[in-house]
Ligand binder design. Structure first.
Ligand code: PFF
Length: 503
């Protein structure tokens, strides 16, 4: 018989967990360079557009689905329609896939927190990151064996996360967030203030804030904005659905959603100010323009930041420690939310104990994570990230909005549900947006992505890699999702809307 569903202890516990999931590497490491690469100040326009037309509506959709149907991804979809359970598995498996590489970036940050003590990365920070630390191989298919400097922090982090996850939503995840988030906020405020008060900070801010309006005509910028909003808000991966399913029956949804969304974007923007202030400082020190010191992608955090720390006027080790430590803390509260959708999904379906589910999901993710801890790992990480966060995510999100808005036609039911339990009422704009604007915008993004990748292979990777590690992996997930849909439910046999039945 089905076990009792886990529950958050308080509403604040849920909001903290949702915010903890949202605030992560995406805010500290990803947003600054994505904003910079996509028109600086002008990026705010597509960013807010994406936030309003997809981010907030889908966030509330996930909250309302998880809460109303009281289930992880597969169970929530199944309770709306038997035929759509696969979509819940698809989204939960994408979250699982992200967890396999997200943890590796956390492991790098963990190592760098340690390297901060006495700035052990030395003068040549790029050489240190690529050669000494990662030992990157020269060709894509050259795995180069395990890189022990990465495996070690990875193992420590997995051990810690395992202990947290075993304790459940309330005892583990909620407690972790309660402890780490306040500490994280203090760390980030310190870093931002320091970044903004460095000499030359204004030049950095100018680069971040000066709009390049011509960028708005470039559809790639819009793709980047939508991608950033989804990743940063943790939506499209059944994460928020799962978290909302742990809320007691009469819990506010819309207010909590707005707090999480505003908190996340505010945090994101604040961090970007601090980081660009620091970049301005680096440029002033090295007598170059800010444009020359900004490296894209992964490099910003692991190459440019150590360089900035080297140049700091004082307390170098401390600020390095704070920066990389904040990456680790923010990432820990997010990785638990990437693991929970899979854990909850198999528990809902197969009626297994939490212990068993945690062993299976963490065991599986830990095993796959070793792939990115090889010397060629950074390439595989980059490739999988691209496929999950563009194709995987967009296919899932388009299917989700079409299903709920058109096939199952449940948006009005969900709107009423939100309004019944929440302080802030949501209007018809929510339904209209999810029914029309969101799916159209997302389908356009998907098409644009296909065209771009067709013209130039992503990241300059070989076709064999893109097909095997990208398309084949996604296809395998889809097949797996369909197989799971056809397996018999061992728990939650009453596959009905729990609210309707007065259950
Ligand atoms: N939102 C997290 C970040 O910004 O780092 C990453 C993330 C967590 C993405 C959970 C997706 C997710 F389901």
């Amino acid at each position: 018989m089905a076990q009792v569903r886990e529950q958050w202890a308080t509403r604040a516990g849920f909001v903290l967990a949702a915010a903890g999931s949202a605030v992560g590497l995406g805010n500290i490491w990803r947003y600054p360079y994505v904003a910079y690469e996509n028109g600086g100040g002008a990026f705010l326009i597509p960013y807010f557009f994406a936030l309003l037309t997809a981010g907030v509506p889908i966030l509330l959709l996930e909250y309302s689905m998880g809460h109303r149907y009281r289930g992880s991804g597969p169970l929530s979809y199944r309770r709306m329609s038997q035929k759509w359970e696969w979509l819940g598995w698809w989204q939960a498996m994408l979250a699982f896939l992200i967890s396999t590489y997200y943890i590796v970036i956390l492991a790098w940050a963990f190592s760098y927190t340690y390297f901060s003590i006495g700035t052990q990365w030395g003068e040549n920070t790029e050489g240190f990151f690529n050669h000494q630390y990662l030992g990157v191989t020269d060709t894509f298919w050259n795995f180069g064996g395990l890189q022990w400097k990465v495996v070690l922090p990875l193992a420590i982090l997995w051990g810690f996360i395992y202990l947290v996850m075993r304790r459940g939503a309330h005892g583990g995840i909620e407690r972790l967030n309660r402890i780490l988030i306040p500490v994280l906020i203090v760390m980030i405020i310190l870093i931002t203030i320091r970044g903004l008060t460095l000499e030359g900070a204004v030049d950095g801010l100018n680069v971040l804030l000066t709009p390049d309006f011509s960028a708005l005509a470039d559809y790639q910028v819009w793709i980047a904005a939508y991608g950033q909003v989804f990743f940063s808000l943790s939506i499209g991966f059944a994460t928020m659905m799962t978290y909302a399913s742990y809320l007691p029956k009469n819990s506010d949804l819309s207010n909590s959603g707005l707090i999480a969304a505003l908190g996340n974007s505010g945090f994101e923007f604040m961090v970007a100010l601090g980081i660009f202030g620091a970049l301005g400082y680096l440029a002033a020190q090295s007598g170059t323009g800010v444009n020359e010191v900004v490296a894209g992608g992964i490099g910003l955090a692991f190459v440019v930041f150590p360089e900035i720390i080297n140049q700091f006027p004082g307390l170098n080790s401390l600020f390095g420690f704070l920066f990389f430590g904040s990456l680790v803390f923010s990432g820990l509260t997010s990785i638990v939310s990437l693991l929970e959708p899979g854990i909850a999904a198999i528990r809902d379906k197969f009626d297994i104990s939490r212990k068993f589910a945690v062993n299976a999901v963490i065991g599986g993710s830990a095993l796959v994570s070793l792939l990115y801890a090889t010397k060629g790992g950074i390439n595989y990480l980059d490739l999988i990230d691209h496929f999950v966060n563009t194709y995987g995510l967009l296919i899932g999100a388009v299917a989700m909005t079409l299903f709920v808005g058109w096939f199952a036609n449940r948006l009005n039911t969900l709107q009423n549900h939100i309004n019944q339990v929440s302080d802030v009422r949501i209007g018809g704009w929510w339904v209209a947006s999810l029914k029309v604007i969101t799916p159209v915008a997302l389908a356009a993004m998907l098409a644009a992505n296909i065209i771009t990748d067709y013209q130039v292979p992503y990241g300059g990777f070989p076709y064999s890699g893109l097909i095997l590690m990208g398309w084949c992996v996604l296809l395998a997930l889809l097949i797996f999702a369909i197989i799971l849909q056809n397996k018999r439910w061992k728990a939650n046999e009453e596959l009905v809307d729990p609210h309707k039945e007065g259950a």
